[in-house]
Design a binder for this molecule. Structure first.
Ligand code: HEC
Ligand code: HEC
Length: 399
């Protein structure tokens, strides 16, 4: 058994050697191999996850402001309101490098509204298809589950399943029925039927969001053998990342997240859920989680093997690290304005903030020079993906 594993390791190491990625030790090459791009994992709890019709419908739902009641925007003056859609806070262009494309699609107006709503640090959904848990505390156990919860969450769409069903019935009935089957007149529908419609709304949106995945970054090209794709500084940063800076302790695996929860001492009691303990409790209590009758594969639910402990009261999910250049500010609380600020925080392991939890043992002060921090920033910037296809990020024509 052990010998088979060692042989596999060697085989992978040799393969990687063949594909170059200059100057790396076998360990560095091996550790970084997990971060290279691959297709997102299957999503068995949503049988529409790869359905093209569901994705096309999902894109419209994502941009449609009719699902949400207008909300006050005090910064625009007394009584001023604005309508929002998922795209208001999770602009799919956010994370793009192509400014012309952003401007053309009017994303700057949406960006401004994000600031006015105080949600400028809403996470990008680009590459969300790679995650197992959703929300900083992992309060949702699938993308469709979070999308359905987001529809009713006061901090997100602030709608109701009655309104979701009404707008679908009035504007999307034929499209919905072609995918999910008959859609009843909402005013006569029972609670279960309304929840079914809400979860189908989430499943269509997941099908769309799954398409917002990266196709490449300088790091991937460099790893595949293009020596010029990354600067010497970024190469030094890559070595530091999996070496002395020990970022890879937590940021490993696809897109550089271990899909686990860690406490960096940034927690406060102001958030709901505060961290993993409450997040997992919410995921379990949710009547439409991946184990419920609304799931298409309850046996594949990540809840089955999930555990937590009081140590994780303030622990948050390790985020992936692609497209950071366009997703400032950083951390859940947005307390780091730049990548440099993030790295200074890590260097000092600024745990002495009197916060009530216990920090992760892998989170320790680091002996890094300013030059090291610059190299790490250069490496993180080399993880920015190519622009997404224009058709996916442009607001679609709504019925
Ligand atoms: C007013 C702003 C706002 C709106 C509108 C909004 N969201 Fe969110 N969304 C957030 C914030 C803030 C978070 C982070 C919350 C958390 O993790 O606890 C989030 C988190 C998420 C996540 C988890 C991402 C991750 O990687 O963990 C998903 C998925 C999501 N939202 C989908 C949606 C969908 C789908 C809609 C529309 C139905 C929507 N959101 C509407 C602000 C918003
Ligand atoms: C102990 C586990 C752990 C280690 C070690 C670690 N991180 Fe993190 N990282 C996290 C967690 C958890 C978060 C989310 C924390 C939050 O938002 O409050 C995070 C957040 C980040 C963010 C912000 C991402 C965003 O979208 O807001 C960046 C950038 C980052 N880490 C880079 C690094 C780098 C570079 C290193 C090495 C110097 C490193 N991390 C070491 C667990 C870790």
């Amino acid at each position: 058994m052990d010998r088979v594993f060692t042989a596999r390791l060697l085989a992978i190491a040799c393969l990687c050697q063949a594909c170059n990625s200059a100057d790396l030790t076998d360990f560095e090459r091996f550790a970084l191999s997990f971060a290279t791009l691959r297709p997102p994992p299957a999503a068995p709890t949503n049988r529409f996850a790869n359905d093209a019709r569901a994705a096309a419908l999902g894109q419209k739902l994502f941009f449609d402001e009719r699902f949400s009641p207008a909300r006050p925007v005090p910064s625009r003056g007394p009584g001023a309101t604005a309508s929002v859609a998922c795209a208001t806070c999770h602009d799919p262009l956010y994370g793009e490098r192509d400014d012309a494309l952003r401007a053309r699609a009017g994303s700057d107006a949406r960006y401004q509204l994000r600031e006015e709503l105080g949600c400028e640090n809403a996470p990008t959904l680009r590459n969300a298809a790679f995650s197992t848990w959703f929300g900083w505390a992992g309060q949702s156990d699938a993308l469709w589950v979070h999308a359905a919860r987001a529809a009713e969450s006061g901090a997100e769409l602030a709608s109701t399943r009655e309104v979701i069903a009404r707008v679908l019935f009035d504007f999307y009935r034929a499209e919905y029925e072609a995918i999910f089957g008959a859609l009843a007149e909402p005013s006569g529908a029972d609670a279960e039927a309304l929840t079914r419609v809400l979860t189908n709304f989430g499943k269509a949106i997941e099908a769309y969001v799954r398409k917002l995945t990266d196709t490449g970054a300088p790091f991937d090209r460099w790893y595949a053998g293009d020596k010029k794709a990354m600067s010497a500084s970024a190469v030094r940063g890559a070595k530091l990342f999996v070496g002395r800076a020990s970022c890879g302790e937590c940021h490993r695996g696809a897109l550089m997240s271990d899909s686990r929860f860690h406490d960096l001492g940034l927690g406060t009691d102001e958030y709901t859920p505060r961290g993993r303990v409450e997040g997992l409790a919410l995921a379990r209590a949710n009547p439409f989680n991946t184990k419920s009758a609304f799931s298409d594969a309850a046996s594949a639910s990540p809840l089955t093997s999930a555990t937590t402990s009081p140590r994780e009261t303030y622990a948050l999910r390790t985020p992936g690290l692609r497209n950071l250049s366009r997703t400032a500010p950083y951390f859940r609380d947005g307390s780091a304005a730049t990548l440099w600020d993030v790295l200074v925080f890590y260097r000092e392991a600024a745990g002495s903030r009197g916060f009530p939890g216990r920090t992760d043992p892998a989170f320790q002060p680091l002996r890094l020079s300013d030059d090291d921090l610059s190299d790490l920033v250069a490496f993180l910037e080399a993880l920015d993906g190519d622009p997404l296809p224009e058709a996916l990020v442009t607001p679609p024509v709504l019925p």
